[in-house]
Ligand binder design. Sequence first.
Ligand code: BGC
Length: 749
Amino acid sequence: MKNISIYLTVFILFLTFVACQNENKKTNDPVEEKVQNLLSQMTLEEKLGQLVQTNYGGEPDNWKEQLVNGKIGSFLNLSGVEHANELQRIAVEESRLGIPLLIGRDVIHGFKTIFPIPLGMASAWSPEYAEGAMAIAAREASAYGINWTFAPMIDVTWDPRWGRIAETSGEDPYLTSVLGAAMVKGFQGEDPTEDGRIAACAKHFVGYGMSEAGRDYNTTYIPETKLRNVHLRPFKAAADAGCLTFMSAFNDLNGVPTSGNYYTLQTILRDEWNYNGMVVSDWASIEQQIIHGYTETPKDAALSSIVAGVDMEMASRTYDNLGELLAEGKITEELINERVANILRVKFKMGLFDNPYTDETYQNTRVLTNESLDYARKVARGSMVLLKNEEQTLPLKKSQKVALIGPLTNAPHDQMGTWVFDGDEKNSITPLTAFTEILGNKLNYAVGLEYSRDKSKAGFAAAIAAAKKSDVIVFIGGEESSLSGEANCRAVLNLPGIQDELLNELSKLGKPLVLVVMAGRPLGIGEQIAQADAVLYAWHPGTMAGPALTDLIFGDYSPSGKLPVTFVKGAGQIPLYYYHKNTGKPTDPNNMILIDDIPRNSKQLSLGFTSFHIDYGIDPLFPFGYGLTYTTFEYSDVTLSSNQLAMDGSIEATCTITNTGNCTADEIVQLYVRDLFGSITRPVKELKGFKKITLEPGESKVVSFTVSPNDLEFHNGEKYVIEPGKFHLWIAKDAASGEYEEFSLDSAI
Ligand code: BGC
């Protein structure tokens, strides 16, 4: 708070600049003209009303009066299109200025048709699916009068303990940026006024994914270089994609709560990026600055956030103090005008003034359509990752007798995953339903464990009996949906309950064992993976989990998902991510002495001095980008059009991929680059591009990527730089494979 008067002075100067800019815009920007015109008619009370976002459920019943008096700008958690229309009607027809409402809701991975959790969707590495799925989510949500979602969540995380990893696109800033921008496009379309579109919200700004110990809401410390090179990148991409709103986060960042953080909200978002959308706080995060120990009173908290750059306050009511702060001269009316303008601009851009109501028949015609369900099945199929397939255990034959066992075999609620407010489990098609349809009486079903944390062995005997009379065992286990998501963090990354014991029993039967994992996070389950012959990581696949799974298990399609996050062997390896630094003593994988091999009475020096754990070594359980198919792909002839890249030029990197197996499959081809020397140390690899191709057996395709100097930019703590020097380049199937080619970036133009 000590710096607040400095910030205020800087801010007032900035506002003068903005005001001049707005003057200029007045003449040539129709939206800006409407915003300024409306603003000029508003009383202070009406302006402050626009900054309020009320939780519908928690509000006292005088909301009608508040709406008539223009005291609410937005609702969240409101359900029912009739309700939405009624509230809009009061706001539009009964309030003095008729300003429509933003009606927000967490539509995270689907509305009624539930798609895989975002981490699952990210495993498809498909901007096309991300956009298509969110377009369906938007169309369904808008049929219920919702015009704003709090998605995409584009926090980058390295921590599978963090429950909210389920909501992310994983560990990589590039993949998260591409998918985040695609989701923004899916929600908003090219033109957010189009029928069926809703406003998107890039959240949580910023750094929330680094919550210490993977414990939700925890403190974050992120140096400038990491903030810029990792965490801000997806948000910049979302801003560039036209994302209409941003959400400030819960975490304190380097000692300053992100909902009162002038540096991130004003200096970076507004001044550097020229973002003119609106910022909403996360739930009561303005008020929580008091609990953080950053501000003493609700009034201080309001001052901190209004100055830093939060336009709308979600759930708490500290902004009720803004009138007083204005009267005391602590803030100016120009500052309030700017905050209100940011909100009105979104309402105009969404076309809400022209079209505030929703056709109430849409709720019957636009949700859970056959097309939406087919699309959800396709996306779920694309999101599952084949981690292991010894001796081609998969695909199974439809003539085989299959034992279907495990707590997620028939869990219509849990298969939808976290953050599902509107999806209904009665629409879920479970694996049990899908397997039964295909196998009829060749299916031997026994759940074994009722739910993922079940510790009763009562079902073991029936499960073992079912397995004994079958040709193959399919065990579907993992985590219930409530074990991931907000606040639901874990310190142990195992299969909960006694799933390991049941798997152990099943593995002794000498039958092929297929392990399917439905979970909200990457689990460190190396032992269970070792026991299984084939492993399919399905995340929480959503409404169409069953059919998507049988599509793959019975070989109608080949798995094509790739991991968007490194799998650790156990929590002790965290953080482990592929774009780490080399260190001064990198591991030599051929020269590691692990704990059981250390001779007794060894002298310290005899073990070598490199960077690894003596119990886990250095490798992950599975690397970033990893995923198998039912065929095999050979990568050959990685070629660069030149080994010299000019500062004003580009080079083409190509690679031939051949399907050397015997079924048609998709492959996600990945481009990585390493900058060998820099003004700060550089990661050992960074993803710079990817392409999905489909190859028939025997077919080859040449995949090509363009690399230009802009792709090599990074922030060195002082500024963004593109530094000449040597680079390595890989075109590979994952972050741990392939041979590199070398090129140089020349300083001369
Ligand atoms: C979450 C946000 C969410 C908001 C509204 C908060 O607790 O952190 O991601 O959008 O609630 O439901």
